[in-house]
Design a protein around this ligand. Structure first.
Ligand SMILES: Cc1cc2nc3c(=O)[nH]c(=O)nc-3n(C[C@H](O)[C@H](O)[C@H](O)COP(=O)(O)OP(=O)(O)OC[C@H]3O[C@@H](n4cnc5c(N)ncnc54)[C@H](O)[C@@H]3O)c2cc1C
Ligand SMILES: NC(=O)c1ccc[n+]([C@@H]2O[C@H](COP(=O)([O-])OP(=O)(O)OC[C@H]3O[C@@H](n4cnc5c(N)ncnc54)[C@H](OP(=O)(O)O)[C@@H]3O)[C@@H](O)[C@H]2O)c1
Length: 518
């Protein structure tokens, strides 16, 4: 009997999952809460561009059109590219728009004690003979309408790590937004506004933005550009991060090859590899220090007390790549952008009070660019506390970055952070499609847990407390891809020559033919 598969979400992850599963002969249903595809790319601020070169943000079997000549395409070009992909691979008819999945529940008949299984789903294959997921779907346009419940053999969660559930800090009583006379919103709400409405909202207003990652610096640069020195924009943050020029990201990607991976500890390394890493890793340290010195020379970091306390290596190992908006420090220099570092802050009637200053920062609008509650969003979709607990207690990352050892017949795509998100997720989609097609079996639950623990240790070594961002693929992208290729039964060495194998960077193009070699 044909297996029923649901994909939840039609952002990049959902589209990738759908394309690769269709190719294996399945007929998935995609539930999408919004009225269109593209997820985060469908609601961005005006100045949004790809942060990485388009060659690294490319579907392996669907190149960017020749009309896109820019190395870093803008949000509209990215959306056009995503739409063209969905049309080309006939994904759109599979999608049910305005269908929000409110919860999913795993049901096994009788008294089967699935938490005690040794093998995933009881058998280690994707489809258990007995277990099913009940997926409850609500009409997103009419939440009062009766819900529909679908019985499915496999669920792929592609609900997005950076969308829908904003992270807004908690404040003690009488110190939060409730005492403030101005307007408070999250970067997600600002991005969702039409460009002219967003411009109208901030023009000639005193705007304060909280955070110092991509959303924060982009919005700050946009507001400072619009309002100039008459109404300077203030950026309040607790951690200074290394933010780099765009050409620098392109250069970093060019230097990530097999040779550089010899400098990085791996979860399964033997003595010889360990020794090699010990001998070569000083090069990685030197690279990190050189980058720091370069950035300190290029940007007035010392002048504005903006030298991060952590090293550049930790920054990239934590997957915190942020490209510096154009003329960012020029705006600081001219006074249209004011930078204020503060561990904490509170609201007052007319604005915000930060640690080091008694006088409030007078403000009309506060924008929280403080990220998202990704884990809570993932947890909330499960009906039972057993699976919710699996998510809250889960070690980052999942097995092969998409399978939770204790959640059967379900995969999660798009929760593995990566500087080249599309590339990373496409590799996992190919792996997942092969798994669903029965090309390989999963190891035992115990073995998967042990693997996850090893990765966790490895990530903690490089990223310390930031390891939860689940970013195993920056310094070990090729190593991870090798594991995926081996599971699927393909040769992981994709280059023609030994020197290229060692020193040339890998990109999505190298894995173009994986899905056809069945
Ligand atoms: C502004 C911005 C720019 C970015 N730029 C880059 C970049 O340059 N390089 C890079 O590598 N990454 C970038 N990223 C990271 C980005 O998150 C990924 O590249 C990618 O687009 C995420 O895709 P996704 O499908 O996993 O998630 P999303 O795009 O968040 O899509 C999730 C989809 O699931 C739907 N959904 C959620 N819950 C439900 C539900 N319960 N029922 C039904 N549908 C649901 C949502 O409506 C949404 O359409 C950027 C992110 C943002 C916010
Ligand atoms: N290509 C693009 O143009 C683009 C644009 C936007 C976003 N993105 C991507 O989207 C993802 C999300 O980015 P994001 O910037 O929205 O979120 P983010 O990377 O999670 O950054 C959140 C920021 O908020 C701060 N923060 C969180 N909680 C706080 C608190 N309680 N008090 C004060 N500050 C707090 C964090 O500070 P700490 O560092 O101190 O924790 C950090 O500076 C990233 O992958 C990013 O690369 C890309």
């Amino acid at each position: 009997m044909e297996k029923k598969i649901a994909i939840i979400g039609a952002g990049i992850s959902g589209l990738l999952a759908c394309k690769h599963i269709l190719e294996k002969g399945f007929s998935p249903i995609v539930f999408e809460a919004r009225s269109g595809i593209g997820g985060v790319w469908s609601q961005t601020i005006e100045s949004t561009k790809l942060q990485i070169p388009k060659k690294m943000y490319q579907f392996s079997d669907f190149a960017w059109p020749p009309s896109v000549t820019e190395t870093f395409p803008d949000d509209e070009q990215v959306m056009e590219y995503i739409k063209a992909y969905a049309v080309h691979f006939n994904i759109l008819p599979r999608i049910r728009f305005n269908c929000k999945v409110t919860c999913i529940d795993y049901v096994v008949p009788g008294n089967e004690d699935f938490p005690s299984w040794d093998l995933w789903g009881g058998i280690g294959w994707p489809f258990s003979p007995t277990g099913r997921w009940n997926v409850t779907v609500q009409d997103a346009r009419d939440p009062a309408a009766p819900v529909e419940v679908y019985q499915l053999d496999f669920v792929i969660l592609c609900i997005g790590k950076y969308s829908d559930l904003p992270n807004i800090p908690d404040f003690p009583l009488n110190s939060g937004p409730e005492v403030f006379n101005g307007k408070v919103l999250h970067s997600m709400d600002y991005a969702a506004m039409a460009n002219d409405c967003a411009a109208e909202l901030v023009t000639n207003k005193r705007v304060t933005i909280i955070g110092f990652q991509k959303s924060a610096v982009d919005i700050a640069a946009e507001v400072a550009e619009r309002n100039g020195v008459d109404h300077p924009c203030t950026l309040i943050f607790r951690t200074v991060h290394w933010i780099v020029p765009d050409y620098f990201i392109a250069l970093t990607f060019k230097s990530l090859n097999r040779f550089t991976e010899f400098m990085v500890h791996k979860p399964d390394q033997g003595f010889f590899i360990w020794l090699l890493v010990i001998l070569l890793s000083p090069l990685l340290w030197i690279f990190s220090k050189l980058v720091e010195a370069y950035l300190k020379r290029k940007q007035p970091l010392k002048k504005y007390n903006m030298v991060p306390e952590h090293g550049f290596l930790k920054q990239i190992s934590s997957c915190m790549f942020t490209v510096l908006p154009a003329n960012f420090y020029d705006k600081v220099e001219e006074g249209s952008l004011v930078l204020k570092k503060s561990e904490s802050f509170k609201f007052c009637k007319n604005g915000l009070v930060i640690d080091s200053e008694e006088t409030p920062i007078a403000t009309d609008i506060v924008i929280f660019a403080t990220g998202y509650k990704s884990d809570e969003k993932l947890k909330n979709i499960f009906q039972t506390s057993y699976f919710q607990k699996c998510i809250t207690e889960s070690l980052a990352p999942f097995y092969r970055e998409c399978i939770h050892p204790h959640i059967p017949q379900l995969a999660i795509l798009g929760y593995a952070d990566s500087p080249a998100f599309l590339y990373t997720t496409e590799m996992r989609s190919k792996w997942l499609a092969h798994f669903l097609a029965g090309k390989f079996k999963l190891p035992t639950i115990g073995e998967m847990e042990a693997d996850v623990k090893k990765w966790e240790k490895c990530m903690k070594y490089y990223a310390n407390e930031s390891y939860k961002r689940s970013c195993i693929s920056v310094l070990l992208q090729i190593y991870c891809n090798d594991q995926i290729c081996k599971d699927m039964g393909f040769n992981p060495r994709r280059k023609k020559w030994l020197l290229a194998e060692l020193f040339a960077p890998y990109c999505p193009d190298d894995y173009k033919y994986l899905c056809w070699q069945t």
